[in-house]
Design a protein around this ligand. Structure first.
Ligand code: MG
Length: 219
């Protein structure tokens, strides 16, 4: 039996978990989720090993809610062999491919968050075609190509309830700081007039849906 960790201990645990999120962005993610999740469930796109899922799970536990986290667990383009963010220790020798699923499961079990964090294993466009649940929070942090970020935005941001939060990670205005697709989707969302920016930290942007309803296509 794993003793229940305090929220502060969970956030420390998240800091020590493999992943790509500075502490100040993690703090903004927690604060955003803690408020938003009182109104319903959240969804994270891009689980990796569960670092941000622990942050979201800690917020969900306090809010009395849950967070779904979606990933095919095979790694994005930049995680493949020969790319910048490849980690050979994450390769499943039997499949000969990256498999972050066991790492995610271990993370959530150790955190004691199995009731609050629900993993979904699959490709985002496939899951999006069947998704019908209004969201109190959507965190887009999956693949970083235009195709993937656009699919995640069009497939899932439509399910964000009015007044609820859309968080986008890895938003870099300047190409020298990082890839541009999340920046383009962030600009598209703001230009639509359906979203307003309510917070920002590092490469994290927090938007609120101010027009449209859950289920309406996004512009
Ligand atoms: Mg990220």
């Amino acid at each position: 039996m794993i003793p229940q960790l305090s929220t502060a201990d969970l956030l420390d645990f998240a800091r020590a978990t493999a992943g790509f999120m500075p502490d100040d962005e993690g703090a903004l993610l927690f604060a955003t989720a803690r408020t938003a999740l009182t109104n319903g469930p959240g969804l994270e796109i891009g689980t990796w090993c569960g670092k941000s899922a622990v942050i979201l799970g800690a917020a969900a536990r306090e809010a009395g809610s849950v967070v779904f986290t979606l990933d095919h667990h095979r790694g994005s383009e930049e995680n493949q062999p020969g790319w910048e963010w490849h980690d050979p220790s994450l390769v499943d020798p039997e499949a000969g491919r990256i498999d972050t699923l066991p790492h995610f499961r271990r993370t959530i079990t150790r955190a004691g968050l199995e009731e609050e964090v629900i993993g979904i294993v699959g490709r985002a466009p496939t899951v999006a075609r069947h998704w019908r649940t209004p969201l109190a929070l959507l965190f887009i942090d999956g693949g970083h190509t235009d195709e993937h970020v656009t699919n995640d935005y069009e497939g899932f941001a439509r399910w964000v309830s009015r007044g609820a939060a859309l968080v986008i990670h890895d938003v870099f205005e300047r190409p020298e700081d990082g890839g541009q697709p999340p920046w383009r989707v962030y600009r598209r969302a703001l230009a639509s007039g359906d979203w307003e920016e309510i917070a920002a930290c590092g490469s994290m942007r927090v938007l609120r849906r101010v027009d449209g309803e859950a289920g309406n296509p996004v512009r």
